[in-house]
Design a protein around this ligand. Structure first.
Ligand code: FES
Length: 98
């Protein structure tokens, strides 16, 4: 993943869409792709102040924290811990957040 881009994957099961981001400051972040409002799939919008956008009801999440910034979602996106080992990014676990 290059800076400012996203990679889609499935975690923890093949039915769980997830998104890995490389933020402009080179930090990696990964989240469940399911919006915490009604479960639509969020996507990364580097042109839009580094936010994750849910197209269903115009929900927005901060790409650095996963916290909702606008629209109906009230809970942050579940964050997936990732680690780089030998040039490969590994998903370690999902952290559900209240
Ligand atoms: Fe994402 Fe409604 S499902 S804003």
């Amino acid at each position: 993943v290059v800076v400012g881009e996203a990679h889609l994957f499935r975690y923890p099961t093949k039915d769980d869409p997830a998104i890995l981001l490389r933020l402009p400051d080179d930090e990696l972040r990964a989240y469940s792709q399911k919006c915490t409002h009604l479960g639509c799939v969020v996507y990364y919008s580097p042109d839009n102040d580094d936010e994750l956008v849910c197209p269903c009801h115009e929900g927005f999440f901060d790409a650095t924290t996963g916290v909702p910034t606008a629209g109906p979602p009230e809970r942050p996106l579940p964050r997936i811990d990732v680690e780089v080992r030998d040039g490969t990014v590994w998903a370690l676990n999902v952290e559900e957040r209240a």
